[in-house]
Design a protein around this ligand. Structure first.
Ligand SMILES: [Zn+2]
Ligand SMILES: [Zn+2]
Length: 174
């Protein structure tokens, strides 16, 4: 849970969870562990709470208007009881945590993802992205150097470019 650019791993976890969609506890846990979070326990009840949280995270990635974006993120912070504090557990250097290690698993996921998106909004809201291929729905944190990422993958980019060309060719032939 370190303080990195563009919301750091916390914002990345938010994107990964949204892209995963509602999932059973074991799948959610694998994604969270891959992102460096540790849990003594992750129950089906925790999974249900996290799954209910996902549409709210998706809303943030989908929102283009900064005023609305800020409102959405502030609501996430309020509802997640995000309570940042500095930890030096396990001999690590001082770093920011978003919730107590002793809070329940679902609460920690809510606080962590809300905190990550809050950092990201403060740094650069344009880095919060959703694939510009309509109907794809994959979300991402744009960590590219120029901050102009529009698509989740080259596959989606190619698809949209091909469609644009066809449309142009069609309008020329009329
Ligand atoms: Zn830590
Ligand atoms: Zn896509």
């Amino acid at each position: 849970m370190h303080f990195n650019p563009y919301g750091g791993p916390a914002a990345q976890v938010a994107a990964a969870l949204v892209n995963l969609g509602p999932a059973p506890a074991s799948t959610l846990l694998a994604t969270l562990r891959a992102a460096g979070m540790t849990f003594a326990e992750f129950s089906d009840d925790d999974a249900a709470v996290v799954n209910d949280w996902l549409p709210r995270l998706r809303q943030v990635f989908a929102e283009k208007d900064t005023d609305t974006l800020v409102d959405l993120v502030n609501r996430l912070l309020a509802d997640s009881a995000c309570k940042p504090y500095v930890s030096r557990h396990d001999g690590k250097p001082a770093h920011l945590h978003y919730a107590s290690e002793h809070a329940g698993a679902a609460l920690r996921v809510q606080a962590y993802t809300a905190g990550g998106l809050a950092h990201l909004v403060c740094e650069d809201p344009s880095r919060i992205g959703m694939c510009a291929n309509d109907g794809c729905g994959v979300v991402f944190v744009d960590t590219s150097r120029n901050g102009r990422r529009r698509f989740c993958s080259t596959r989606c980019a190619t698809r949209v470019h091909v469609a644009d060309h066809r449309q142009r060719a069609a309008s020329l032939s009329v």
